[in-house]
Write a protein that binds this ligand. Structure first.
Ligand code: XIL
Length: 297
């Protein structure tokens, strides 16, 4: 039984991974993804710099290839991502006018979500908007629009595809007592109480050895703040014998945690160059990390 099938047997929606055509068209990636994972996230192909390269000019080649792979293999999709300071084209970061930036954010979200309306389980509408103290990160969105960018983006997203789950996603949310985790919890509760349509909190889960020990308590705090939650980009550098089991537990323990996504298939292909952070080794063999996930499910 696959890790995905075992997750579903536990009442969850998926165990997934990140991919794109540069990966699933090479080596054993496609075979591994089909055999082990039930959800995919586009590692890069739906980011702003890849899709709306200049204003109102869209390039869907990578994203369409990704969606075809997901559809052919009947996999759930988490769309990733809209409002993010990184991998943002220069023409967006240069906007200094409120009305223009509002329209640009609304149009980008509406255009992207409409193209794949009904085909995406959920979208990371926000990515990495907090700083380490739990305040707002400096970005064109915050600097020009203030906190309003959150409402503007989520409202546009709800309107564009009412069935898609709308997520706010971030990293370093791995310890409940950490200021950034508490900032996420406090702000999301507040925004939901103001009627901003947020369905879920995503915790990326980019970890180092031993850190996953705190993940169950951190997820308890995050999952209590929104209708649903997920671990969205997990990788663990130099994972110890308990780390992967703790990650699985962090999701299983929360009734509203919908699933776990790992950020890639093979260590060799990880965006993190050291620490062998994924579940498969350079020859596409499942590692002990993989067996720890299986054992925890
Ligand atoms: C990473 C990709 O894996 C890399 O290929 C790319 O060069 C940079 O972005 N947080 C996120 C992801 O939300 O989109 C990032 O993905 C990793 C950190």
């Amino acid at each position: 039984e696959s890790i995905h099938a075992k997750m579903v047997a536990k009442g969850k929606l998926y165990f997934g991974t990140a991919t794109d055509q540069n990966r699933f068209n090479t080596g054993s990636n496609a075979a591994i993804i089909k055999a082990n994972f039930g959800q995919v996230s586009p590692e890069n192909s739906m980011k702003w710099d890849q899709t709306e390269t200049s204003r109102d000019k869209y390039n869907y080649a990578g994203a369409d290839a990704f969606m075809k792979f997901a559809t052919d293999n009947k996999q759930l999709v988490r769309g990733h991502t809209f409002v993010w300071h990184s991998q943002l084209p220069g023409w967006v970061s240069q906007i200094n006018n409120k009305a223009t930036l509002t329209t640009v954010v609304q149009n980008h979200i509406t255009t992207m979500m409409t193209r794949w309306k009904g085909q995406i389980y959920g979208w990371d509408v926000m990515n990495e908007i907090f700083d380490e103290s739990g305040g707002f990160r400096s970005s064109v969105f915050y600097n020009v629009l203030g906190q309003d960018f959150v409402r503007i983006a989520f409202e546009a997203a709800r309107k564009a595809d009412p069935a898609a789950k709308l997520y706010i996603n971030d990293y370093n949310l791995d310890t409940a007592s950490y200021a950034k985790t508490q900032g996420m919890v406090r702000n999301v509760k507040n925004w939901i109480s103001q009627g901003i349509p947020i369905d879920g909190i995503g915790s990326q889960g980019h970890l180092t050895a031993g850190q996953a020990a705190n993940a169950p308590a951190a997820m308890a705090a995050l999952c209590a703040a929104a209708p649903e939650c997920a671990l969205t980009e997990v990788d663990i550098q130099n994972a110890n014998g308990q780390d992967w089991g703790n990650i699985v537990k962090a999701c299983l323990n929360q009734a509203n945690c919908v699933g776990i996504t790992v950020w890639g298939v093979r260590d060799t292909d990880s965006w993190r160059p050291s620490g062998n952070p994924l579940l498969f080794d350079s020859s596409y063999k499942p590692k002990s990390a993989y067996n720890q996930v299986l054992a925890a499910l």
